[in-house]
Design a binder for this molecule. Sequence first.
Ligand SMILES: *[C@@H]1O[C@H](CO)[C@@H](O)[C@H](O)[C@H]1NC(C)=O
Length: 98
Amino acid sequence: PPDLCPAYSGVFQRMYKAECYFINGTEKVRFVKRYIYNREQLFHLDSNVGLFVGGTPYGEKQAHYRNSKLELLEYKWSQVDMFCRHNYEVYSPLFAER
Ligand SMILES: *[C@@H]1O[C@H](CO)[C@@H](O)[C@H](O)[C@H]1NC(C)=O
């Protein structure tokens, strides 16, 4: 915001975006999670790729570190079912009513 308290020396924003793409209902689902810092995407995970991919030098290190953790990757791979398909079942009846 333009009207910052003078005591603030900076504003730091960390943002995560989770995206689900549905192709033919839940037949083909793609999950993308973006890790953003101060409007810059540091790294992201795309279920079609299956790994974290860096977008900046720092993001590359983060991606490399995360790619070395199999249980984290397995958790991310499960998100097409646990997060995307689950939410599709919960929300699509509501959307169909409109
Ligand atoms: C869409 O999915 C249904 C099953 O849910 C399948 O029977 C149909 O062939 C699919 N259509 C296309 C265009 O892939």
